[in-house]
Design a binder for this molecule. Structure first.
Ligand code: ZN
Ligand code: ZN
Length: 420
């Protein structure tokens, strides 16, 4: 791709992010940031600038970004005093909460170095991560209740690209990753905005069909998987587009291929096998199985990274239970690419998945009005974590379980089993 073509694609991407992802309204402010590394890496500045232009063109009154140097995070773990990992830039949280309370928009750009903290002292990294999750809690809560229009997109970070395409030169790897991003976010189509509108409608129709069915649970069968989960009363099937509490319809993830809802925290039984490795806080967890009883994880096994998986499950009570169930056909544009992205935004859209930990309030009728206790007693889950892992494959069959206990096909051989 020539420099000029890439620039044109970046402009189209920025336009889709502003119009479809955030759906910026005239008079809104926009803050661009990234949770885990406390800011957008400087290498994403060209995209951030295009997004600013597109946001002002859409009527935004103020656009800003919190940039950060990734390397500084690594330097901190290597050099800061051992007892200093409770330190946190709380001023950032205040600033973000202030914008959220004002009804402004928030954008995250994924794509930083997935191995940034690899090989460092796991206890220091773990403490730092925990401090981050605890401080970030109030922001997570606002985001998971859709207080404002928000969106997560990706940029082809250098280290990330190299991890996905290790055999290519750094430059070629980044080009190839941009190509993948533009393809899976439909930016390579003649009219990306129109393509998104069509995609959003088709996902909404799938969600509506499942909503009308009112299944009480789902049954999964695949090699290494024999698993049943419950769907609580009032569960809501959600797809690409949501309505924020500030009244704006937005698309939280680009790409997105999933239709998802709330699993019952107390009803999950059997064994489920992951079909993709899970990249979790710098460790790759491979070939793993999770066993559930009455909603609780009672056993995890993994060929690689078992300790990291166990650590995730042991974070808190909610990390022993599920918070999301999502259906994605194996033929999705991301699944078809046939390689791991080492990033949830992409990998979760490659196949059916479930998430360990925190549930989204908006996946339960009236859920955003409930406090933690009420949400939990309705079947919802509360946790510091929300970690998706992939379970779907072209070998997977899923049945919907009706109120009378009978079942009907929802997916067969990894594809939708019902017509719209
Ligand atoms: Zn999901
Ligand atoms: Zn998720």
């Amino acid at each position: 791709m020539t420099g000029k073509t890439h620039q044109k694609m970046l402009e189209k991407y920025a336009e889709a992010i502003v119009k479809v992802g955030l759906n910026i309204r005239a008079g809104q402010r926009l803050i661009i940031t990234l949770g885990a590394t406390r800011g957008v890496p400087h290498q994403f500045a060209p995209l951030v600038r295009e997004i600013s232009k597109a946001a002002y063109a859409a009527g935004a009154k103020y656009v800003d970004a919190i940039f950060a140097d990734e390397e500084m995070l690594r330097l901190r773990v290597q050099n800061a005093p051992w007892d200093s990992f409770q330190e946190y830039p709380k001023w950032q949280i205040q600033a973000l909460l202030n914008m959220i309370e004002n009804g402004d928009a928030m954008l995250s750009i994924a794509g930083s170095n997935p191995d940034l903290l690899g090989g460092l002292d796991t206890e220091f990294v773990g403490n730092m991560q925990r401090t981050h999750l605890e401080n970030w809690g109030p922001i997570s809560e606002k985001v998971t209740t859709n207080a404002i229009n928000w969106c997560v997109v990706a940029a082809a970070g250098e280290a990330w690209a190299q991890k996905i395409f290790p055999d290519l030169s750094s430059k070629k790897a980044q080009e190839k990753l941009w190509e993948a991003i533009f393809q899976t976010t439909r930016i390579d189509q003649p009219d990306p905005i129109a393509a998104w509108e069509k995609h959003i409608v088709s996902l909404r129709e799938r969600a509506r069909h499942l909503q009308v069915k009112q299944y009480t649970g789902l049954y999964y069968k695949a090699p290494g998987t024999d698993f049943t989960l419950g769907l609580p009363n009032g569960h809501l099937w959600i797809s690409a587009q949501s309505l924020a509490q500030n009244g704006i319809a937005f698309t939280a993830n680009m790409p997105t291929e999933e239709v998802f809802t709330l699993p019952d925290r107390n009803r999950a039984d059997g064994v489920i096998s992951a079909t993709f490795p899970l990249s979790y806080s710098g460790t790759l967890i491979e070939d793993f199985q999770v066993t559930f009883e009455n909603g609780r994880i009672i056993k995890v096994t993994a060929k690689k990274g078992e300790a990291a998986l166990q650590k995730l499950v042991d974070t808190d009570e909610g990390s022993q239970r599920l918070g999301e169930v999502a259906l994605v056909p194996a033929s999705s544009p991301i699944g078809q690419r046939g390689h791991l992205f080492y990033n949830t935004l992409f990998d979760e859209n490659a196949s059916c998945h479930i998430a360990i930990g925190r549930a989204y309030r908006f996946t339960l009728t009236g859920g955003t009005e409930l406090n933690d206790e009420e949400f939990i007693s309705a079947g919802g889950n509360v946790s510091l974590n929300h970690v998706d892992f992939m379970i779907g494959s072209p070998q997977m069959d899923i049945d919907g379980i009706r109120k009378d206990g009978s079942r009907e096909p929802v997916m067969r051989s990894g594809e939708w089993a019902f017509k719209l």
